[in-house]
Design a protein around this ligand. Structure first.
Ligand code: NAP
Length: 259
């Protein structure tokens, strides 16, 4: 039996849609006070309203993870609104699909700034409040793309997702003295609004390559994050959980076909 998460204060970056919205919803249903952070405050607010309507405790704040001052204001808002901050889900990310030959340095920088530097700035901004928690938790949303697999058009993206794990492996050592754990969830292909932009056939083809024959749900990722945030995961730090329906397991298409 897991300890109650009732009353824990959690900040979810990129919580207004997709995986972040799923994480926010799972934490809200578990009794946490959730602050949804995204650049479009109206969308973050709409999401918080949905969670409140469903019986949860939620608020919204417009902030950009590429801007330290903006994230410090978000962390401060969480402390003022929810009486402290126990959990940071550093989830905000972008994934413009561009192959090396077409990629501009600007697209590379924007992706690195958002996904990698953004994770660092989110942690840095939330650190003073997480230290006060005594049982602080940082959960990064990485990906299988980069740390484990590759996909054409995502060199920059894969580099940021692998980079997040490099960041995590030293951050967990630095922050252990404050009782803060730092872990990462590595989603496979998850059905989100963002994925829909990649075209109608993409979802079908991807589902066929997954042993469990479906894409992940945003809640699948939320539950893995919830475990890492739990009291019971207090001795787990610097680790990764892959949530991919077995996608990275088959060594070839033949291995899938013979199952
Ligand atoms: P999504 O649906 O496109 O949502 C992205 C969220 O991040 C939005 O709330 C967006 O809101 C926010 N965001 C983007 N840039 C931001 C910034 N600079 N500052 C603050 N918020 C920002 O994306 P998703 O598919 O759920 O992906 C979420 C995370 O999961 C990403 O880190 C991604 O790499 C990872 N992931 C996704 C998949 C998948 O299959 N979808 C698989 C593996 C890993 P605003 O635009 O309003 O800022």
């Amino acid at each position: 039996m897991f300890s109650s998460m009732e009353g824990k204060s959690v900040l979810v970056t990129g919580g207004s849609k997709g995986i972040g919205k799923g994480i926010a919803s799972v934490f809200a249903k578990s009794g946490c006070k959730v602050l949804i952070v995204a650049r479009h405050e109206d969308k973050a607010k709409a999401c918080a309203d949905e969670l409140i309507k469903a019986g949860g405790m939620a608020a919204a704040f417009g902030a950009d993870v590429t801007d330290l001052k903006s994230m410090e204001k978000a962390a401060d808002f969480a402390v003022r609104t929810h009486g402290g901050l126990d959990i940071l889900c550093a989830n905000a990310g972008i994934f413009p699909q561009v192959k090396i030959e077409e990629m501009s340095p600007e697209i590379w920088d924007e992706t690195v700034d958002t996904n990698l530097k953004g994770a660092f700035l989110s942690v840095k901004a939330c650190l003073p409040a997480l230290k006060k928690s005594g049982e602080g938790r940082v959960i990064l949303t990485s990906s299988i793309t980069g740390p484990v697999t590759g996909f054409p058009g995502w060199t920059h993206y894969g580099a940021t997702k692998a980079g997040q794990l490099g960041f995590m492996r030293t951050a967990c050592i630095e922050l252990a003295k404050y009782g803060i754990t730092v872990n990462a969830v590595l989603p496979g292909n998850v059905a989100t609004e963002g994925l829909a932009d990649l075209g109608p056939d993409y979802e079908k083809t991807m589902a066929a390559s997954i042993p469990l024959k479906r894409l992940g749900t945003v809640e699948d990722i939320g539950y893995a994050a919830l475990y890492l945030a739990s009291k019971e995961a207090g001795f787990v730090t610097g680790q990764t959980i892959i949530v991919d329906g077995g996608q990275i397991a088959p060594e070839s298409l033949e291995a899938l076909a013979q199952a």
